[in-house]
Design a protein around this ligand. Structure first.
Ligand code: C2E
Ligand code: MG
Ligand code: MG
Length: 738
């Protein structure tokens, strides 16, 4: 060691030897180091000892860089310092240095070249301010926030946080565990812990004596095991496991979510029995905050994912998720040359449940069906809910035979009675099956074909299954063509109305009224019957427009007949149940009549039993409004639907139309006769008129007349006719009336 490097007594310069100044320097929180031209330490204050743990005699005479820049410090820093000092005489940096015991210290380091300090050029004074806490916070926060911004997965973020903690405090091994909804622990990140420990923890329930982490989550408070070997909260197995891997102490703190629930735990592990120090406490404070932020962000992301890809009611994958999953399953089937099946399941008459028992009951049915379908699935099968009562399954590796068997099992599972609002309810389904690759190579085609097969199952006899066939595809295409043509016809007003007379039984030449029936003549297809296009109009959402149009047309025609002096007492129009879902429907009817100068008694509104059973408030509101304005309601096709007499008193019905199925069986079936007699008598006692539909023979007419049916409608009296023909018919009847 050269002479100039001999340890000099602290404060080599005379002025600094003053006692007050010395005291002031020693009291300073800053560490002060002076070095001579050989860069050997000639003075350190007590602040230096406090910050770095070196006694002054341990550093005096040593190279300042060796003292301050430990082996883990930034290697380029020394070069930088030298460069700046020789160029400008000063240098400022914030950097990480290490204490005597290897503890990291973030410092703000100010170095000034000082001739005076060393008695010659080349010396320096270094003032170091401890910024560990601020810096630690800043660095941790910055890294974790960067990770959040870069959409790192939660486990990646937590691993980053643990690694950062371990860099700041190498004596710590950090781990983050998540607590799931069932109160079980799952390691999110434990980069410094042996895998055996992470495996052992996974799935563990929290509890009052479940090691530091499980207990901390359970108590909602930090738990310190300063010596695992003797800690009472640890089981013997865990104790042995941790000690075998050299983990001797563990300090765990709960991580809370913004709702105050324990979302996880953050643990510091030590390789010797010990307590956390002040730095660890600060670190944990900071990390808990960041963990909570990251977990909350993750939970939000999961909620968004759930919302975007799962049906909120049943929790099943929605169309979009099903579609994507099925697509990748199909690619795999294609590659391995295996078959697969797509099953399209639609509940029968589900709308009725909604309409008659309300939406809550409908929701319960859907959830129960979803549960039953899911139970019947195997591990690789997919399920999804596409729309209200439409479910879909994809069965990879399944041949036609098994697909049919699965569909049968599903039909049976769905049909088992369920309890809805305290009442037993039986729900049926119809299933269509499309096979991969025969019926389609992509999921869209398979879904479309399975849907078409389902449609056939439904139109056959419901509660059945159908395999797709190419003819169905043609049917579906025809339906689409029909819908397109109907849309156009409606836009071009190329639909027409025919009128069928309704006559008094007592005097068949006397008109009770006429029923307006819609007619569509298509240039290529000829007459399309309403039984074909009305359901298409309903499905395609065109029915309300059609109803309003035909109502307007019927009113216009009646007004025209009136002004021509033709005695048509009233016109009956058929209203679709869907129109009653439009809040403004009643008002639209009133407006239409007003436009043509008609009164409410001039138009009879025919509704179906479906409308009568519809529990929706909007439907009731429309009916009540119509009733209060003086309209009369006629119940069409009575005896074919619910035929629930007990419902009759619920609505202001003034007329029943006995379905032609009854009328046509009158002469052959005693049951039809018995039923007709009771309907006539009930209607009579409720003050309702009865119109018998589809009267074709004199026998039917006589029987009805004899049993007191007041009004009849049928080919016997007149078919539905275009306006000019009905006018001729009316004129022809006139002499009879006289
Ligand atoms: P609906 O309202 O029960 O009409 C009576 C149906 O029975 C009419 O069939 C009529 O032509 C037919 N009919 C009448 N007398 C006899 C008979 O003696 N023998 C036989 N075999 N049939 C007879 P159409 O016109 O084919 O209508 C069928 C159904 O389509 C109607 O049943 C009605 O539910 C619906 N519909 C027709 N026009 C309209 C409309 O403008 N709007 C709505 N929403 N539905 C309509
Ligand atoms: Mg009708
Ligand atoms: Mg009818």
């Amino acid at each position: 060691m050269p002479a100039s490097a001999q340890p000099t007594n602290p404060l080599p310069t005379a002025g600094l030897a003053d006692a007050p100044l010395r005291k002031a320097l020693n009291d300073s929180d800053n560490a002060i180091v002076m070095s001579n031209r050989e860069r050997l330490v000639v003075y350190v204050n007590e602040g230096f000892s406090r910050l770095f743990g070196f006694e002054s005699h341990e550093v005096l005479g040593r190279n300042v860089s060796h003292v301050l820049l430990g082996p883990r410090s930034d290697p380029g820093l020394l070069e930088q310092i030298r460069g700046h000092l020789s160029a400008t005489g000063s240098f400022h940096v914030e950097t990480l240095l290490y204490s005597r015991t290897g503890q990291p210290r973030w410092v703000s380091m100010m170095i000034n070249a000082s001739d005076e300090a060393s008695g010659g050029p080349g010396g320096s004074i270094t003032i170091l301010t401890d910024i560990t806490l601020t810096k630690m916070h800043e660095v941790l926060q910055k890294r974790v926030l960067e990770g959040l911004v870069n959409e790192l997965p939660l486990s990646g973020l937590m691993a980053l946080l643990c690694n950062e903690v371990q860099r700041i405090a190498p004596e710590v091994t950090a781990s983050v565990l998540a607590v799931d909804g069932q109160g079980r622990l799952h390691p999110l990140a434990a980069p410094g812990l042996p895998d055996a420990i992470a495996h052992a923890i996974d799935g563990r329930p929290i509890g009052p004596r479940t090691g530091s982490c499980g207990t901390a989550a359970f108590r909602r408070a930090p738990v310190l095991a300063s010596d695992i070997a003797t800690d009472p909260l640890w089981t013997e197995d865990d104790r042995a496991l941790y000690l075998a891997h050299g983990v001797r102490a563990c300090w765990s703190s709960p991580i809370f979510d913004p709702q105050g629930q324990v979302a996880g735990t953050l643990a510091f592990h030590y390789r010797e029995p010990r307590q956390p120090d002040a730095l660890h406490e600060r670190l944990v404070d900071m990390c808990l905050h960041l963990c909570s932020l990251a977990m909350e962000r993750n939970a939000t992301r999961q909620r968004l994912h759930q919302l975007a890809f799962f049906d909120a009611l049943t929790g099943l994958p929605n169309r979009s998720l099903f579609h994507d999953s099925a697509e990748s399953r199909l690619a795999h089937l294609q590659a391995t040359q295996r078959p697969g099946a797509v099953l399209f399941i639609d509940l029968d008459r589900f709308k009725q449940v909604n309409d008659t028992q309300g939406h809550a009951a409908g929701d319960t049915v859907l959830c129960e069906v979803a549960r039953r379908l899911s139970l019947a699935l195997q591990a690789h099968d997919l399920i999804g809910r596409l729309a209200a009562d439409e479910f879909v399954l994809m069965l990879p590796g399944c041949d036609t035979e098994r697909a049919v068997q699965v569909a049968r099992d599903m039909l049976e599972a769905v049909a088992a009675p369920m309890c809805i609002e305290g009442q037993a309810h039986v729900c049926h389904a119809s299933i269509g099956i499309a096979m991969f690759p025969a019926d389609g190579k992509d999921i869209d085609t398979l879904l479309r074909h399975a849907d078409q097969a389902m449609y056939h199952a439904k139109s056959d006899h419901r509660h059945s299954l159908q395999l797709f066939s190419p003819e169905m595809n043609r049917d579906a295409q025809e339906r689409v063509a029909l819908e397109r043509a109907l849309r156009q016809a409606l836009a071009d007003r190329r639909l027409g109305l025919h009128y069928q007379p309704q006559v008094l039984s007592s005097s068949p030449g006397t008109l009770h009224g006429v029923e307006a029936l819609c007619r569509w003549h298509h240039a290529d297809w000829g007459m399309v019957p309403p039984s074909q296009f009305i359901p298409v109009a309903e499905e395609a959402g065109l029915i309300h427009e059609l109803t309003l149009w035909l109502l307007d047309e019927a009113c216009r025609q009646l007004a025209a007949w009136r002004s021509a002096g033709l005695g048509v007492p009233c016109v009956a129009v058929n209203l679709s149940g869907r129109s009653f879902h439009q809040p403004e429907f009643a008002q639209q009817i009133c407006d239409t009549l007003a436009r043509h100068g008609l009164r409410t008694g001039d138009v009879l509104l025919e509704i179906t039993e479906r409308v009568m059973m519809d529990a929706r408030p909007v439907t009731r509101m429309n009916i009540d409004t119509l009733h209060s304005r003086g309209f009369k309601l006629s119940l069409d096709d009575f005896g074919t639907g619910y035929s629930s007499l007990s419902y009759l008193h619920r609505l202001p019905i003034s007329e029943l139309k006995l379905d032609m199925a009854f009328v046509q069986d009158l002469t052959t079936s005693p049951t039809a006769r018995a039923l007709t007699v009771s309907v006539l008598s009930i209607a009579h006692s409720l003050g309702m008129a009865v119109v018998a539909e589809g009267v074709e023979t004199a026998g039917q007419q006589q029987w009805l007349q004899a049993h007191g049916c007041p009004v009849m409608q049928g080919y016997l009296f007149g078919k539905p006719m275009p306006p000019d023909e009905i006018e001729a018919w009316l004129c022809a009847q006139a002499p009879q009336r006289r």
